[in-house]
Design a protein around this ligand. Structure first.
Ligand code: AHG
Ligand code: MN
Ligand code: MN
Length: 324
């Protein structure tokens, strides 16, 4: 089986970027080990703190954030970092070429139930027109990403990543410690009969989402004229991984609940990295009627509505948004 570094070299990824990816993956192996030890590693349960978004921090959120932060700030190629668990950006090395954003632990509510969780990351070129400690370093549309990916700590630990070319899938070889290429190119079918959305929020959705989902639930009698299946992992990494491997549509729309008017997912370290992976696997990733990768960010913890996956199904959902 092919190893990670030769695959990246074959994709013409620069040595500097390869070294940075290695740093992120070194942190991921530490996190993966702790996740696999569960209660034995003392990583279950909550802290007494909240992050800037008012969410209670789990112990593993904090541990994963610290591991990534320390290792990235130690890397000479990193100018600035941003994290879900950090209020502000943190400056690294002057004149370094890259900036990195990450969701250290996605799917926090799954930590204590031994469910799917992961780390999401994205790498952009650093900006020379703003200071190293400025949030504006990250004021770049998602299409500027040089690399994005996630590490899924599931039954196996997997890395799904793109460096601009195909979205490739690697599996962590726990015996030798390296990531091995296990799916050369992920490809999402244009059509699907599987959707993922938190149905418990039906009462608070705006009418386009209500009408669209209502039609899916009608099966053959609905306007899609197909019977649909539903899955919800409650971790974007798990849901997007399923979409990338066996197809489907994933939605986290805006809704009427307090704080959810722009949806729940964050543009910088959730929506954008996943959008690049999905597009490079032949799928579509939209926010309202706009391509996620074209959004000009306003602030680092900005939330956006997300719909991604099978091209035709995403287009079908977007067609309901006409009258909004
Ligand atoms: P995080 O754990 O990083 O805060 O992200 C959780 C997100 C995302 O992973 C998932 O899709 C969504 O929250 C689940 O939300 P619900 O609890 O509303 O289902
Ligand atoms: Mn998350
Ligand atoms: Mn998180």
């Amino acid at each position: 089986m092919k190893r990670l570094i030769p695959t990246l070299k074959q994709d013409n990824v620069s040595v500097e970027l390869i070294m940075l990816i290695r740093t992120i993956l070194a942190a991921s192996k530490e996190i993966s080990f702790r996740v696999s030890q569960g209660a034995l590693a003392g990583i279950l349960g909550s802290t007494l703190d909240e992050n800037i978004q008012g969410e209670v921090q789990k112990k593993l959120d904090v541990v994963a954030n610290q591991l990534l932060k320390d290792m990235l700030l130690d890397d000479d190629s990193v100018r600035t970092i941003a994290s879900e668990e950090e209020d502000n950006v943190v400056a690294g090395h002057a004149n370094a070429p890259f900036i990195v954003a990450f969701d250290p632990l996605d799917g926090s509510s799954n930590i204590d139930i031994n469910g799917q969780i992961g780390t999401i990351f994205t790498i952009y070129p650093a900006r020379n027109d703003v200071s190293d400690d400025s949030d504006l370093q990250f004021s770049q549309p998602g299409k500027n990403q040089l690399c994005s990916g996630y590490i899924l700590y599931g039954a196996a630990t997997m890395l799904v990543m793109t460096t601009g070319g195909p979205t490739r899938c690697y599996t962590l070889d726990q015996t030798h410690g390296g990531y091995l290429l296990t799916t050369d190119e992920l490809q999402i079918d244009q059509d699907t009969q599987e959707f993922a959305i938190n149905m418990a929020n039906t009462y608070s959705w705006y009418s386009p989402t209500q009408l669209y989902i209502q039609q899916l639930l009608l099966g053959l009698a609905g306007d899609r004229e197909k019977v649909f299946n539903m899955r919800w992992n409650a971790a974007m990494v798990g849901d997007v991984h399923r979409v990338l491997t066996r197809g489907g549509i994933f939605l986290y729309p805006e809704d009427k609940r307090t704080g959810m008017q722009a949806g729940k997912l964050r543009l910088l370290y959730e929506a954008n990295p996943m959008a690049l992976l999905v597009e490079n696997a032949g799928g579509k990733a939209y926010s309202g009627k706009m391509r996620i990768l074209d959004i000009q960010p306003e602030y680092i913890h900005q939330r956006v509505p997300v719909v991604l996956g099978a091209k035709n199904e995403v287009a079908a959902y977007c067609s309901y948004l006409v009258d909004v």
